[in-house]
Design a binder for this molecule. Structure first.
Ligand SMILES: Cc1cc2nc3c(=O)[nH]c(=O)nc-3n(C[C@H](O)[C@H](O)[C@H](O)COP(=O)(O)OP(=O)(O)OC[C@H]3O[C@@H](n4cnc5c(N)ncnc54)[C@H](O)[C@@H]3O)c2cc1C
Length: 356
């Protein structure tokens, strides 16, 4: 959806601790402005290039056991519905929790109100070489050791290649098993860290440390496919062991796999609905025919954990298997019917997974 032409509104309400942003804006457009007024956003995804409306409509997330996904920071939204009405929904309204992760199926979001927190500083450091058998007994402890922790592996061995630790200035430092990196790192083996946000424990504002990638560079690998599956955090070690068992199938088409944590929320179509989650992300090579069978194999391996795929990434889970993983899908269907009775905003993807 292209809304870049909408007015670039950023209105900070200091008393309410909220910011109202136009739906055409990206996180990269608002970070510094908000920070200069003494505020921050509680979390960000791995890159600030994404649109705020698109990220919130699809349940996009960063990491941190105490951090909900980016959609969970939405306090209100303004929606132009199929008949041209402007509908405002705020947290507390009956339909609000259904509308935030709306997948574009309810109307066009033209502005969002987001929760603010006091601005904060973050230090980022990377550890290398964490064997899975060291990780597994300490999984919860390691992912809870700082405000935001990400684990990266290329699945070439039973090892986490890198642990990225984003520690708030007001948090005590915790040592992670593994070797502290002796310089900046890129998560994908062999790539220059030049596109990454500053590491080596240098403090900086939240908007320049929570994303892995800098706003002025090409993020991630640049040429890639992505998949991601959210499972119950309690199943993380078992799920990682299941992936380890098929790593010989994964690594030939993988650039990098990232493991993150996300706090549960109450948003009907959120992959983290009522479930503290661990997110298993895969950055693939850009070769769809080679990647899809591996995605299906991963879905088989993770099936016992009823994974919810990231809506904005590649998955092959059949709709019949996916729908029962969303308890509130029938409520979402009636909300969509109320707001868009003729199905103006439906498309083949939403028809297949949400409505058929
Ligand atoms: C390099 C890279 C890194 C990524 N890192 C992460 C990450 O760390 N965490 C994560 O969770 N995801 C990540 N993603 C995926 C990303 O979150 C999704 O692509 C997300 O949907 C936001 O993308 P977008 O800005 O391209 O949104 P868009 O493509 O603009 O929107 C996505 C969908 O949201 C809906 N939508 C958008 N705007 C509106 C609107 N105004 N009104 C109603 N509906 C709307 C539409 O259904 C649209 O198809 C990454 C993607 C890339 C390419």
């Amino acid at each position: 959806m292209e809304l870049g032409g909408l007015p670039p509104v950023i209105e900070v309400d200091s008393d309410a601790g909220k910011v109202r942003v136009g739906a055409g804006l990206r996180y990269a457009d608002v970070g510094r402005y908000i920070d200069e007024r003494g505020f921050g956003l509680g979390n960000l995804g791995s890159l600030p290039h994404i649109s705020i409306a698109g990220a919130c409509a699809t349940g996009t997330h960063g990491s941190g056991v105490g951090n909900g996904n980016l959609s969970s920071a939405v306090a209100g939204l303004e929606l132009v519905t199929a008949d041209g009405d402007l509908v405002r929904l705020d947290r507390g309204d009956e339909r609000f929790e259904g509308a935030v992760v709306g997948m574009g199926a309810l109307g066009v979001v033209v502005a969002l109100e987001l929760d603010l927190v006091p601005s904060f500083q973050v230090r980022q450091r990377v550890y290398e070489g964490l064997p899975l058998d060291t990780l597994f007994p300490k999984f919860r402890e390691i992912v809870s050791s700082a405000y935001s922790v990400s684990l990266f592996t290329d699945w070439r061995g039973p090892v986490i290649n890198q642990v990225w630790v984003k520690q708030r200035e007001d948090e005590a430092a915790v040592e992670i098993p593994g070797t502290p990196a002796d310089g900046p790192r890129h998560p994908v083996p062999g790539m220059s860290p030049e596109s990454c946000t500053e590491q080596m424990d240098v403090p900086g504002p939240w908007f320049e440390r929570l994303p892995h990638f800098r706003p002025d560079r090409i993020p991630s690998a640049g040429d890639e496919l992505q998949s991601e599956f959210m499972i119950d955090a309690a199943d993380a070690v078992q799920a990682l062991a299941a992936l380890d068992a098929i790593r010989d199938h994964i690594h030939p088409v993988l650039q990098i796999c990232e493991v993150r944590t996300i706090a549960a929320d109450r948003l009907w179509l959120s992959p983290c609905y009522q479930r503290d989650s661990v997110a298993l992300h895969f950055t693939w090579v850009a070769d769809t025919p080679a990647v899809l069978p591996v995605v299906a194999r991963i879905e088989d391996a993770l099936a016992p954990f009823a994974p919810r795929p990231h809506w904005a990434k590649i998955f092959t889970t059949p709709p019949d298997a996916l729908r029962p993983r969303y308890d509130r899908l029938p409520d979402f269907q009636s909300l969509a019917h109320d707001l868009d009775p003729t199905g103006k905003f439906r498309n083949p993807f939403t028809d297949k997974y949400l409505f058929a």
